[in-house]
Design a protein around this ligand. Structure first.
Ligand SMILES: CC(C)(COP(=O)(O)OP(=O)(O)OC[C@H]1O[C@@H](n2cnc3c(N)ncnc32)[C@H](O)[C@@H]1OP(=O)(O)O)[C@@H](O)C(=O)NCCC(=O)NCCS
Length: 164
């Protein structure tokens, strides 16, 4: 499985990946809503090509298909947010672990002080993955739109580097 930054021609593959996620996955991972469009995926590609870029997207590829996606959005703010998902057919095979390690390494290399995320409270697999990578819960919130309870989590990268 190849992990690489989202490339110029990836919008159609990202669209296919996202729109094929199962309802169970979309319940806990819906940064683009329940379905997305080619225009939105093209916008994501375009934002990666800006300088400085407001987001960084990393994909896991199986030949021409995208089977995993992790991103950092809000790089132009003091609150960069992480999103991550793996295609249903390959969940539980360590791809999420590899994607998260790569994107956290990218964030450290680029001097990000912290990464934030929100996770549904019953998403034990994701919470386990985040905790193993230094994320801690610092708040919780009930989302009135999707009617689910979330944890807010953060990992403070520069502190971790100073301690290490
Ligand atoms: C969460 C997700 C990205 C993890 O990626 P993955 O490739 O499936 O997970 P991995 O194989 O790397 O395993 C992650 C860890 O969770 C553990 N795990 C697996 N199933 C679990 C479960 N039901 N409960 C708790 N932990 C579980 C694994 O054992 C592993 O921990 P370990 O390394 O200590 O053994 C992926 O499952 C996914 O896309 N899920 C749906 C979308 C989602 O939840 N995105 C995150 C939204 S915040």
């Amino acid at each position: 499985m190849l992990l690489r930054p989202l490339a110029h021609n990836d919008a159609p593959a990202l669209l296919t990946f996202y729109n094929n996620l199962s309802p169970a996955t979309i319940r806990v991972f819906r940064p683009l809503g329940s379905r997305t469009s080619l225009e939105i995926c093209q916008l994501i590609v375009a934002e990666n090509e800006l300088s400085p870029a407001p987001r960084f997207d990393l994909v896991a590829c199986d030949h021409t298909a995208i089977v995993g996606w992790a991103f950092l959005a809000g790089l132009d703010t003091d609150h960069p947010d992480l999103g991550i998902a793996v295609a249903d057919g390959v969940q539980g095979q360590r791809l999420g672990t590899a994607l998260l390690a790569s994107i956290v390494a990218w964030a450290r290399e680029h001097g990000l002080p912290a990464i934030y995320l929100m996770v549904v409270q019953d998403n034990h697999r994701a919470i386990n993955l985040y905790q193993r990578n230094g994320f801690v819960a610092y708040d919780e919130e009930f989302d009135a739109v999707d009617k689910l309870p979330y944890y807010h989590m953060v990992t403070r990268l520069q502190e971790a580097r100073a301690d290490g």
